[in-house]
Design a protein around this ligand. Structure first.
Ligand SMILES: NC(=O)C1=CN([C@@H]2O[C@H](COP(=O)(O)OP(=O)(O)OC[C@H]3O[C@@H](n4cnc5c(N)ncnc54)[C@H](OP(=O)(O)O)[C@@H]3O)[C@@H](O)[C@H]2O)C=CC1
Ligand SMILES: O=C([O-])CC(=O)C(=O)O
Length: 277
């Protein structure tokens, strides 16, 4: 559904930090002008030449800058880079009272100072629903009492390969013929053990009962082709179970829907009619 946009407000100048599966798809949408009132002004990547070649393919071309050059030219940064860069990317924006959309959500748990930096300077960190489902209902339930939040993730083994938890525990996901449970624990431990694979459980934790009390099972499952997340919530207002089956992008760890979730968030920020919590 297209919603009425606030056309009187100045355009939001957006920079994208990280030009991989999420960043490229987002850049294509924004450069094509798919979100009225939002203008792509710069991108950043590790390999400048590769990024410059990609930018040439966009409808509307923008400069390729280093991450420390982004804040002066933009109102908002979308962080979609490796988790280790989270603080370097978002801190300048937060200190300038600007906005940051964060995809490396797991890294927020290890950079807890960032929410104080944001509130001290009038900046905002925003976490889109990303690859997950149902954060609107979890946030609403958290206004009352949530008794339990559980998540079960099933991924094709390639989507988990190389995760520190697997390497440290000598767990091989090669040649599996049946599902293998590779992790059971809380969201904080999952963020440590699977920093590039389970941002979604941290988003769920931040929406609900926090990283210590949000529990997770991870299965390396050769019978699935999609990254599949099921959340189960029991609260004093509602009980719900929801499953999302994400088609992987060219990066097997990342679903196609993630970039679309960011586009939807940007569209909602500019809309006169906003649907969903
Ligand atoms: N919240 C959610 O629901 C989800 C979150 N994620 C997370 O989002 C993040 C991005 O994911 P995805 O797009 O799949 O990742 P990719 O690995 O596909 O892309 C990462 C990008 O970061 C760039 N990069 C690396 N170092 C730098 C640097 N120093 N400066 C600027 N850019 C740099 C890389 O550049 P180059 O191309 O030159 O190598 C690459 O373009 C990850 O942390 C991932 O875990 C992923 C899926 C869902
Ligand atoms: O959680 C993540 O970071 C990515 C993911 O599972 C997905 O894309 O389905």
């Amino acid at each position: 559904m297209s919603t009425t946009q606030n056309s009187s407000a100045p355009k939001t100048r957006v920079a994208i930090a990280g030009l991989g599966a999420i960043g490229q798809s987002l850049a294509q949408s924004l450069a094509a002008g798919r979100v009225p009132g939002v203008e792509l002004v710069a991108v950043s990547a590790k390999n400048h030449d590769k990024a410059a070649a990609f930018v040439q393919t966009l409808v509307h071309q923008v400069p390729v800058l280093t991450i420390d050059q982004l804040e002066p030219v933009a109102d908002l940064v979308v962080e979609c880079a490796p988790a280790a860069l989270l603080s370097d990317i978002v801190t300048p924006f937060l200190k300038a009272g600007k906005q940051a959309i964060v995809l490396s959500v797991g890294a927020l748990l290890f950079n807890e100072h960032l929410s104080k930096v944001a509130s001290d300077h009038g900046g905002t960190i925003m976490v889109p629903t990303g690859a997950l489902i149902g954060l609107d209902a979890v946030i609403a339930a958290a206004e009352g009492k949530i008794h339990e939040v559980k998540m079960v993730t099933r991924k094709p083994p390639a989507g988990l390969k190389g995760a520190p938890h697997l390497v440290e525990n000598n767990i091989s996901v090669d040649g599996l013929t049946e599902p293998l449970k590779v992790f059971e624990g809380n969201a904080r431990d999952a963020a440590k053990g699977f920093p590039a694979n389970l941002n979604v459980v941290v988003a769920l934790a931040l929406a609900g009962v926090g990283p210590e009390h949000t529990t997770l099972e991870i299965w390396a499952d050769p019978t699935v082709t999609r990254n599949t997340h099921t959340i189960k919530v029991d609260s004093d207002s509602a009980r719900f179970t929801m499953t999302i089956e994400n088609i992987p992008s060219e990066n097997p760890k990342t679903g196609r829907i993630v970039a679309q979730s960011v586009v939807a968030m940007l569209r909602k920020m500019r809309a006169g009619l906003r649907v969903g919590t």
